[in-house]
Structures are given as structure tokens and as C-alpha cells.
Design a protein around this ligand. Sequence first.
Ligand SMILES: C[S@@+](CC[C@H](N)C(=O)[O-])C[C@H]1O[C@@H](n2cnc3c(N)ncnc32)[C@H](O)[C@@H]1O
Ligand code: SF4
Ligand code: SF4
Length: 346
Amino acid sequence: MNGRQSIFDIHRTMKFHLELTDKCNAACPMCGRTQQMTRCLPDMTKVKNIELELDLIKRNFTPDLCSRISEIDLCGGLGDPPAARECFEICEYFIGFGIKIILSSNGGLRSETWWKRLGELFEGTASLVEFHIDGLEDTNHLYRVNTRFEKIMKNAEAFLGAGGAGEWHFIPFQHNEHQIADALKLSREMGFSTFRIIDTIRFGKENRFTYQLPDGRMQDLNPADPDLIRTFQTNAGGARPSNPRDDLATATAVRCKSEVQNRPYIVATGAVSACCWIEGSDDERRMYSKAGVDHGLAHNIRNRPLEEILLEEPYRTIYPQAWAENTNPVCIRKCAKMQRSSRRAL
Ligand SMILES: C[S@@+](CC[C@H](N)C(=O)[O-])C[C@H]1O[C@@H](n2cnc3c(N)ncnc32)[C@H](O)[C@@H]1O
Ligand code: SF4
Ligand code: SF4
């Protein structure tokens, strides 16, 4: 640890990843919030329909802390940020400190007026919205279940038209791979700054993902043609992620992305975590139990100040020890073997 107190250094520049809410209008079958075999209904063992409120944010993200934050990702694991009641006001609060906001959304919620105001707020700043749109009018809803393409386009137009910077992120599947070029062209015409391909690794061993549509019909998601994606990635100068089935025993050393970026994660319950991969995992439970800390109560910004939490175990010695001893399978997969979905700009 080189004499440092914690894997997070609250005195140097920080970034954060926040899950503003676990509410969402969509039901993407591969998302953690969705029961893919039960009409894509929300998994109520995980979804609590809660959100981080502006007051709670202000209490923990003091002006002093904000003065050291360069960037905040409003993304999360279970919800869509605009579904949080005070999403706009929270963006406004952080942008007031010159913090760059990266807001990830399916773009289907809220009115054009709301998106126009957000565009005006983001204009002239480094902040941006990632619109996650996996196809065109006839395909986007096959993954972004329950969303309407026409509404997403109107919202994106309102945001971009008001001067907001936006990126179009596209997950290719067999059913939408033929639309990549058209979506790229449309994104340029609409004024998106960047178009990115997300090469998802969520197909599992069978390399196919079966789910049930809300109307009861069964449907398969199949991977896009790897040669096609490779061509796009090569043209964009990217590399493919490592093979998800590599043996954990051959992992190289863990290099914690969150420690390097000084970027903790906070979920909509208020619980603090090291990152969105370890959050809620057995690895995390084991480390908290070793630390003797009640994660839900003591490491929750509703109960304790954020800056105190970040300096306590398991973030002092327990995480570094687990990395040195290779005892966290999640950390090995994500930050040694780099088994992550890749993102490439075209
Ligand atoms: C749970 S979402 C939360 C933010 C927002 N609701 C959204 O979808 O952008 C977090 C991230 O997971 C991404 N995602 C969803 N399905 C995915 C998949 N099958 N593979 C890789 N990333 C996926 C989303 O696009 C988003 O960037
Ligand atoms: S839009 Fe985001 S949060 Fe909502 S279901 Fe899809 S991936 Fe999950
Ligand atoms: S998976 Fe483990 S090593 Fe990687 S960022 Fe998260 S806590 Fe750090």
C-alpha cells in the first residue's frame, strides 16, 4: 500500500460511478434487472424501485469533495438515470462544480422538453449522454424491450439540437448487424459526436441467449458475425477482448481499474462498492465479512459520510490482499484477464 490508507485516495482527483436509480422503462433481456424467461419482467429480488435523492447527494458530495472530482458516470447496473426524479437537478449540481457527467440511457424516458433542457445544461461543457440504441425502428426493441424507437429519436434530437454532446452506442446481434452502417450514417446526420460498437460477452456457453417477450413469445438473441465485428474493430484500430473461457489459473496480476482511476461505485440503495462488477458478488460479501463491517448499514451513504467509508476496511488492506493472493474470481476475470465487453468508436 506504500503507506497509503486506502485503495481510494480522497485527496487526489477522483471519479465516481453512480447508479441514480434501479427504475427503468425498458427490459433488456441480458440486463441484471430482467427475468429473461418470465416475459422480461423485473427481478423483484433485486429491484427495489429506489433512487439517490439530491439532498443525499449534496450531503455526501460536499463542495470540498466536488472540487476534487473530475468525472462522474451516471450509469449503474439496474436502472436508467432519467428515471430518477431528480436526475436533472443532480446533473446541474455536479456540473456547477465543473464536473464532467457521462449519463447512460436508453433514451426512451422523459419528454423532449426535458431532453432539451438537459442539452442546454450540457452545452459548452465536457459532459455527454451515451444513448444506448441497438438497431433501428424495426430492431431496437428486440433488445431494448418496451422502448419506442420513434420516441428515442425525438428525445435524442431535442438533446443534440440544444447543444448537448451525445454518443450512440450499439450492441450488434445477428438481428441488427446489417444495420450498423445505416445507424452510423444516421448518427452522423443527427449530430452524435461518436458511434461506438459494444461487443457484448453475455451470450454464455451456448453462444445463444433465449428469452420471453412480454407477449409470451420466445425469442433468441444470437451473436453478430464475428468477422463483421472484427472488420469494424480493425478499421477502428481496436483489439478483441480475451477469451471468456480462459482458465482463471493462468491469470496475470490483478490491476484494479477502480483503484487506478480512483473511482468508487455507489448504488441506488446508497451502498458503497469498489466497482459495478464486484458489487453484490460473493467476493464482496466475503471481504465485508472479513472486515467485520455491515455493508448495507455501515457502508451506506444514507447512514455514514462517504469520505469516512472510503477510508475504512475492506478498502485498506483486504482488497489489496485478495488481489495479491488471487482469491477474488471477479477481480481476476475483470482486471487480470480483462474479460469485459469491449467498446470501439467507428
Ligand atoms: C444496466 S445499464 C444502465 C444504464 C442505462 N439503463 C443503459 O442501458 O444505458 C448499464 C450498461 O450496460 C449496458 N448493457 C446492457 N446490455 C448489455 C449487454 N448485453 N452487453 C453489454 N452491455 C450491456 C448498457 O448499454 C449500459 O451501458
Ligand atoms: S435500459 Fe439499461 S437498465 Fe434498463 S433494462 Fe436496459 S440495460 Fe437494464
Ligand atoms: S473487479 Fe476487482 S479489481 Fe476490478 S475494478 Fe472491481 S474491485 Fe477492482
